[in-house]
Write a protein of this length. Structure first.
Ligand SMILES: Cc1ncc(COP(=O)(O)O)c(C=O)c1O
Length: 306
């Protein structure tokens, strides 16, 4: 099945979308990206894009941070993306990658006096981490950058070298994923996920000023926990020993969905298995993202015309 991209204001086959080697963003990480999922529902023969608008709101905020003017409104961005996914006609889960980037063929470290552009591509992409088994995580020696180093609340491509260091360190040490700390040693997030724990019958997750990306899956989980399970989420600084002694722990992210954590730095979390609250949240979440729960259907954008 051929893939397409939206590139330089046109829909083109993915293989034809090529950038020059002088592109500023390639050299200095001067771009903002998003990761969005299209979830295939085989019974309904429909692809549902999950919380599309919220992803573009976050992209727009990131663009403000690095002085990129998007050439499209939020409505247009959503429309372009839905049309692109429809054009690809995949019948499996897909990952959608929008990128707003400093496109000038110009070297020089700066944000000003550079042109920018916007592209989107779609690829088939199954699970990122195994959501059926409890993952093993290692606490990373790489900490999140402070807000006056690189703001970790924006998905800036240059920022992600920090996440790449952490992920590779974790894999090379035999873990599935890294858990990174804030500059002052509190729990922050995974290399591509937010972290939740269950403690004292409540959900706890690092707060917005704990150097995290404000995840859309994080927001989804907090809403579902409250409205469907009657569980409040406390957003606050979390210490490492709290993580080690949690009843349950899980990671959330567009790529990773809701991934249970069974051990951290070789210490079992709870019984080292998928926890009961994690399991309930996973069940709800998977039903919702595939467009099978009418209450939350507004979060899903169907793309195939019937
Ligand atoms: C560093 C980081 N934290 C958290 C997340 C989770 O965010 P979301 O749920 O919006 O995908 C991601 C993924 O985008 C990420 O890259």
């Amino acid at each position: 099945m051929p893939s397409y991209a939206y590139f330089q204001q046109q829909f083109v086959p993915l293989a034809e979308a090529k950038l020059g080697i002088m592109t500023n963003a390639l050299h200095y990480g001067t771009a903002v990206f998003e990761g969005i999922r299209g979830n295939w529902n085989p019974e309904k023969k429909q692809m549902y894009i999950f919380r599309l608008r919220e992803h573009y709101q976050r992209l727009r905020d990131g663009c403000r941070v690095i002085k990129i003017e998007l050439p499209h409104s939020l409505d247009e961005l959503c429309q372009i993306t839905a049309s692109l996914v429809a054009m690809c006609r995949f019948e499996e889960d897909v990952y959608i990658r929008p990128l707003a980037y400093k496109s000038s063929q110009s070297l020089g470290v700066r944000l000003h006096n550079l042109e920018s552009d916007f592209l989107v591509l779609v690829i088939p992409w199954g699970p990122y981490l195994d959501v059926d088994k409890a993952a093993s995580c290692g606490v990373s020696s790489w900490r999140r950058p402070d807000y006056n180093v690189i703001p970790p609340s924006a998905k800036l491509t240059g920022l992600y070298i920090n996440n790449a260091f952490a992920k590779t360190e974790a894999i090379e040490k035999g873990f599935d994923e890294a858990i990174m700390l804030t500059p002052d040693g509190h729990v922050s997030e995974g290399s591509g996920e937010n972290v939740f724990l269950v403690a004292g019958g409540k959900l706890v997750t690092p707060a917005r000023d704990n150097h995290i990306l404000l995840g859309i899956t994080r927001d989804t989980v907090m809403k579902l926990a409250k409205d469907e399970l009657g569980l409040e989420t406390v957003e606050r600084p979390v210490t490492l020993d709290e993580l080690f002694t949690a009843e349950e722990c899980f990671l959330t992210g567009t790529a990773a969905h809701i991934t249970p954590v069974g051990e951290i730095d070789h210490r079992p979390v709870g019984k080292g298995e998928v926890g009961a609250i994690t399991r309930k949240l996973q069940e709800l979440y998977f039903e919702i993202i595939r467009g099978d729960n009418p209450k939350y259907i507004d979060w899903c954008t169907p793309v195939y015309k019937k």
